[in-house]
Design a protein around this ligand. Structure first.
Ligand code: SER
Length: 883
């Protein structure tokens, strides 16, 4: 069976056991502050386990894209080094929400593996939970007894809490689990050591393939376990490992999931993947690199397809680091000195596009984004190489032995240099590296980012007797207020600040989502007013953020949103829809939404488009939107099945999770139809007017438009007109202001040229005076002088002139330029090469005296500063540097 068939058989099997097959949830999570990426199939069902949301289908099965690169489940360091861990992998899963339990779960798992997939029974082992005194839990006798019906007791292994009690994170649903392991070694090896002794021992051919978790508890924030209202099943089978077993391979990377990708890497690098030579050091370096790259390109591509671009923070930063890790392996181990990852994308899309259409649909965009990231990282790598060479040269000249931890960390953090690369280069200069020092720096950074990310969340306090569930009823499409009650609340601490999250039975507060900012407003309870500072949706539940909780928790709540803010936000949201349609009309239907932010101030819309939007196009887009505003089109919104909405022409976005039914917002069926949960104007006239204020690039192939509407557009236009009036006023109200500015510029440049000629004359005289004043110190001609030349250009020419005239030269010039201090350092090549001196380092040091900074090259550098009275001190200091 090829991998696509293997996946299908799994889904068909559970369909035949009355499971509803659902699509994979996006891999990048958008509404759970405790989790950046989906790391297990069960994530999307967390609230069903906890009883916080109603169960629609008691039996579900799917294949889920997972990424384990951060938090509790992080396999990054294992990836590539071994043959069976991945950053991104598919998890095949079946779930029971309060329906079947251990008996069915275990017997179906056994039936599928042995009867359908035909895995020989004598290659399978199972583990069951032995119990744990920490949590006061006993041996999982039930699972053991069920397994005994299928498998010899000698093949059942008792496992500790570490292996056989599954938890999603530090808190959340959890329970004992039973795992199925498979031994795929050759018969000869199996005779020597029993597979049983290798279970959970990190052997690459005796691996876990399926985990059946029996969700019975909720781990509370205080560490205690609470029995869940119902019992559930959560299973997860590693798809890539299953393919390895069924295709008779010894490694995940030898299956058809990876082999086309590895072949492509072989083609690009001209090197061979030789797993059979794993014992050979050089071959293994290449093997590991090829595995890392083939794994990482999947994680990167799927994330971008889910709408997550590489960036400097959060989930985007994780993706950037994975991409850089792949490039580094290619650079270091496969000698790939130019972008290569993007060339693998089409192979991946071809391989997996059938099961995950988002890859095919966005292939071009993924390629462009990856290529651009690679380009910029290669530039960084080159800068890093220059930096490390410079550091090593300096260290050698100062007779130091070690590259210090701070520098290794800087190379690692800023330039993406792994420690072993730094070490290799340092060795070339006869230097060692301070690895301990590096580890300390790394620890400091990790601690810093942990603290920055830490959100402390207490357990829910149930206020109403029936308040455990619900809190999802949004009534804010039609009204701005509601009379309701508090169901539950909890305390959270983020960045040291304490806040509360309150769940109401009904709410007019729109939770941040679909780009639209969350509502703010007031809750009034028993005469007490609580400000709601934000509203979000977390795991499907609407939570209101407040700074305190009311004295009377059970009283009647009058919930009212800030209406003005909502109206302005709605203007911008509807305008975003109108803009989207206009963009597609003017630029083409390749335009797809890639990100959106809508608040009371403005709208920001990111979309795929491969070149700059010209001024003319912007003008056209604006004209269309404003025409649609003036047409005063009424809104129509309807809830309908997803398929029907697509038929109408609505576009579903990749990386968004849609239910079976969706809300469709229409402004003229011939113009704008969008899937949208947001709030909108009743008719477009209320928007008044839209003005695009900027167009820019966000990433390769992605543009951003920012615009303002209604009062903000008016303010913007007035501010522009005020500026124009001020400009005219300064020009003494000429008839033609543009011509007046041109004239001014011209006379200014004539004057500039005249002044420069005068300054050059002065510089000429000055040069001779400086040469005459040069002192000899240890055979070097030293000039440290303050000069009266008010032009950086002329000073630069003077310095180069002197360099040609005096040899060897140590020159430091100070000057005041437009009231600011300016320093120039020029060194003869001999001082740089033979003495290891560096003008850039010197000028940085001297710049402290003028309260400034600077830099440049090793032989020539300049600095500027705010303290001209420090110039004399800087020159005095410079005078001491050679003696
Ligand atoms: N949640 C379990 C796991 O991730 C089973 O799906 O292993």
């Amino acid at each position: 069976m090829n991998s696509n068939q293997i996946r299908q058989v799994f889904l068909d099997f559970f369909k035949s056991k009355q499971h509803v097959i659902v699509p994979s949830a996006p891999m990048v999570i958008k509404n759970d502050p405790t989790l950046m990426f989906t790391n297990a199939g069960m994530n999307q069902f967390k609230d069903l386990f906890l009883g916080n949301a109603p169960v629609k289908y008691p039996r579900i099965a799917d294949t889920q894209k997972c990424l384990r690169v951060s938090g509790k489940h992080n396999d990054l360091e294992e990836v590539g080094v071994d043959t069976y861990h991945h950053t991104m992998f598919e998890m095949l899963g079946n779930w029971s929400f309060g329906d079947y339990f251990k008996t069915d779960a275990i017997s179906w798992a056994w039936e599928l593996l042995t009867d359908v997939y035909n895995i020989p029974k004598d290659r399978l082992y199972v583990t069951v939970f032995e119990g744990s005194s920490d949590d006061n839990l006993g041996f999982d006798q039930d699972s053991y007894d069920i397994w005994k019906k299928f498998i010899d007791p000698s093949r059942i292994i008792k496992g500790s809490k570490k292996d056989n009690f599954w938890e999603m994170g530090d808190s959340g649903p959890c329970g004992p689990c039973t795992e199925i392991h498979v031994d795929i070694r050759d018969d000869k090896d199996r005779e020597v050591i029993s597979g049983k002794d290798l279970v959970n021992q990190g052997h690459p051919q005796v691996v876990e393939i399926w985990n059946n978790v029996f969700m019975e508890f909720n781990r509370k924030a205080d560490g205690s376990l609470e029995k869940l209202p119902a019992q559930h099943v959560d299973t997860g089978m590693g798809f890539e490992r299953l393919c390895m077993v069924l295709q008779g391979k010894k490694s995940n990377y030898d299956t058809d999931v990876f082999s086309p990708i590895i072949s492509k890497i072989e083609e690009i690098s001209g090197l061979r993947y030789k797993p059979e030579e794993a014992g050979h050091k050089q071959a293994e370096i290449i093997n590991v690199a090829m595995r890392v790259i083939s794994d990482h390109i999947r994680a990167i591509s799927f994330s971008i397809a889910d709408g997550q671009l590489p960036s400097n923070s959060g989930a985007g930063y994780v993706i950037r680091r994975i991409l850089r890790r792949a490039v580094r392996y290619g650079y270091q181990s496969l000698n790939l000195k130019e972008p290569f990852l993007f060339r693998i994308v089409p192979v991946l899309a071809h391989q997996m596009g059938e099961a995950f259409p988002e890859l095919n649909a966005q292939k071009l965009l993924i390629e462009k984004v990856v290529r651009e990231e690679e380009n910029s990282f290669y530039r960084t790598l080159e800068q890093g190489l220059k930096r490390i060479d410079q550091v090593c040269i300096n260290l050698v000249s100062s007779k130091a032995k070690d590259v210090d931890g701070k520098t290794i960390f800087e190379l690692y953090d800023t330039y993406g240099f792994p420690v072993d690369l730094t070490s290799l280069i340092a060795k070339g200069y006869g230097l060692n590296i301070d690895e301990e020092g590096f580890k300390k720096e790394l620890e400091v950074q990790k601690k810093r980012s942990r603290e920055a990310a830490a959100i402390d969340t207490a357990d829910w306090e149930i206020v109403a007797e029936d308040g455990r569930e619900g809190g999802n009823e949004f009534v804010g499409y039609d009204s701005y207020e509601a009379t309701t009650r508090i169901l539950r609340y909890r305390r959270i601490k983020s960045k040291g600040k304490e806040q509360f999250q309150i769940v109401l039975e009904q709410t007019p507060f729109y939770p941040e989502g679909g780009g639209q900012a969350g509502d703010t407003g007031t809750l009034t309870i028993g005469g007490e007013h609580l400000a709601v500072t934000d509203t979000k949706k977390e795991n499907g539940i609407i939570v209101h953020f407040t700074d305190k909780i009311p004295a009377d928790l059970t009283g009647i709540v009058s919930a009212r949103i800030n209406e003005n803010k909502r109206l302005l936000t709605e203007n911008n949201h509807t305008s975003t829809h109108l803009l989207h349609a206009a963009l597609r009309e003017v630029l083409g239907t390749h335009v797809e939404q890639k990100g959106s932010l809508v608040n009371e101030e403005q709208l920001r819309f990111d979309f795929s488009h491969f070149s700059k939007v010209t001024d003319e196009e912007i003008r056209k887009i604006e004209e269309i939107v404003n025409r649609k505003i003036r047409e005063n089109i009424s809104r129509k919104s309807e809830v309908m099945p997803l398929d029907e909405a697509k038929k109408l022409g609505a576009m579903a976005l990749f990386g968004e999770k849609y239910g079976e039914t969706v809300r469709v917002v229409i402004f003229d069926p011939a113009y704008s139809i969008e899937l949208c949960g947001g709030t909108h104007v009743p008719s477009t006239g209320r928007i008044g007017f839209l003005k695009i204020v900027s167009e820019s690039a966000v990433a390769a192939g992605i543009r951003r438009i920012e615009a303002v509407t209604s009062v903000m557009a008016e303010k913007y236009v007035n501010a522009q007109l005020d500026m124009l009036a001020a400009v005219k006023d300064h020009l003494k109200n000429p008839k033609d202001p543009v011509k007046a500015i041109d004239d001014l510029q011209e006379s200014n440049s004539i004057l500039g040229r005249k002044i420069e000629a005068l300054l050059r004359e002065k510089a000429h005289t000055l040069r001779d005076e400086l040469i005459a004043s040069a002192k000899e110190v240890n055979g070097v001609k030293v000039i440290t002088q303050k000069i009266g030349l008010d032009s950086a250009e002329v000073i630069k020419d003077l310095a180069f002139d002197l360099k040609n005239k005096l040899e060897p030269l140590f020159l430091v010039l100070g000057a005041e330029l437009n009231g600011k201090a300016h320093l120039t350092v020029m060194l003869s090549d001999a001082l740089v090469k033979d003495k290891g001196m560096n003008a850039s380092d010197i000028v940085k040091n001297l710049a402290k005296e003028i309260q400034g900074g600077g830099g440049g090259q090793a032989f020539y550098a300049t600095a500027g500063g705010n303290n001209p009275s420090g110039i004399d001190n800087a020159l005095k200091k410079a005078g001491t540097l050679l003696s």
